[in-house]
Unconditional design. Structure first.
Length: 394
């Protein structure tokens, strides 16, 4: 090798090391013993999500240094609620001046999520995001790539996954509560948002739960209707919450999971009264179980009876071991739910592992949403992982 070739290769190697090294590597343990945290919200544009402005309140391990909100009145209220030390109109100025180690992306509207998440990761912060994680898979992929480069951990507010009742249901199913798991049926609130809006707002939780219980889907086949006709891209619309394009007032999606497990998601307003509260149902060879979904779900079980001349006599009953039976509404709410996610997120940072409610898991939940649209628009199965990472309705 000539001296020039050696010098060229050495320079390229040095450049590769420089480019792969994080500009501001995220801390695993706060040097001061307390994390410096900040919250980004936007009053009038999704506010502060589901109590994310108080996600760090009354924690001895976290100092909330600032809140960013371009709305002056909303910012003042958020500072009062969260007990933040300072407030900023511009979240980029806040990040530059305060250098927080933890950042919450609190607005429930996702149109700025990618830009906010990128800005936080670029200063070396770990990120906790409201859901839906991003508007496109390309945006989610970009944040995950940057987080890996920065050695940062992303958690997303899929609080239901960590609810004690959800954890208990997973163990009960594994222990044979209903025999072999054969099907998972999920449905949204099916209210005035029935269809595409219901699927992204609440279906993102349900798809995360379907993956929690059955693993990653292999394929999706879906039918999405708008006033009785099969959707086209021309049916895409924006809704009040700025969560990207949605389409359809009726969604019926079928997912194939490993081990022969089938999954179904439904959102049709006509089913609202029949199916009741949004939830997820498990069908096994020996019975059925159901979660009525809130941040802390309620658990029910149905044991099959024999057919006779009068028909069948069976009814749903509350699972005796359901840990939520004796809890108050406050104990079942967003405050404790957010705390469970934050506790696990901080433990994941310390232990250098992925959080239970990770950005990766949130991306795969979003991918199921996108697969529904891709299948409905193409009239064919969509297989995972999706090759196209932009929004199918765009």
């Amino acid at each position: 090798m000539s001296r020039r070739e050696f010098a060229t290769r050495a320079a390229l190697a040095s450049m590769a090391v420089h480019l792969s090294a994080p500009a501001f590597a995220a801390e695993r343990v706060p040097p001061s013993g307390r994390w410096r945290a900040a919250i980004i919200g936007h009053t009038g544009e999704g506010d502060y999500g589901h109590s994310h402005d108080v996600a760090f309140s009354d924690r001895p391990d976290i100092e909330l240094v600032a809140v960013a909100d371009p709305d002056e009145s909303g910012r003042a209220k958020a500072i009062a609620r969260s007990k933040a030390a300072r407030g900023y109109a511009d979240y980029r100025e806040m990040l530059a001046k305060e250098k927080p180690q933890l950042v919450v992306l609190a607005s429930r509207w996702s149109h700025e999520r990618h830009a906010m998440g990128r800005a936080a990761l670029e200063i070396g912060a770990h990120v906790y995001s409201e859901k839906p994680f991003t508007q496109t898979l390309a945006e989610a992929d970009d944040l995950l790539t940057l987080a890996r480069r920065q050695h940062a951990k992303i958690a997303v507010a899929h609080q239901i996954r960590l609810a004690p009742s959800t954890v208990l249901m997973k163990k009960a199913l594994a222990d044979g509560l209903i025999g072999e798991l054969l099907e998972i049926r999920a449905w949204g609130k099916q209210d005035d948002r029935a269809g595409g809006e219901d699927m992204i707002v609440l279906g993102s939780h349900l798809f995360d739960l379907m993956r929690f219980f059955a693993g990653d889907p292999l394929w999706c086949s879906a039918r999405v209707l708008q006033q009785g006709h099969e959707i086209t891209r021309a049916d895409a619309r924006q809704v009040k919450e700025r969560i990207g394009p949605v389409a359809g007032d009726s969604v019926q999606a079928h997912f194939g999971f490993g081990n022969g497990v089938n999954g179904v998601f439904t959102s049709r307003k006509a089913l609202h009264e029949n199916l009741g509260p949004w939830g997820i149902e498990f069908v096994g060879g020996k019975g059925m179980a159901r979660m009525l979904v809130e941040i802390f779900p309620s658990l029910y079980v149905l044991a099959p009876s024999k057919w006779d001349a009068a028909g069948r006599a069976e009814s749903w009953r509350r699972l005796a071991a359901d840990p939520g039976v004796s809890l108050s509404a406050e104990e079942r709410g967003f405050g404790p739910g957010n705390r469970r996610v934050v506790d696990d997120w901080l433990a994941a940072i310390r232990d250098d592992r992925e959080p239970a409610c990770s950005g990766e898991a949130a991306t795969r939940s979003l991918e199921m949403v996108m697969a529904v649209y891709q299948s409905a628009l193409s009239g064919a199965r969509a297989t995972f992982p999706l090759a196209k990472r932009e929004h199918p309705l765009a």
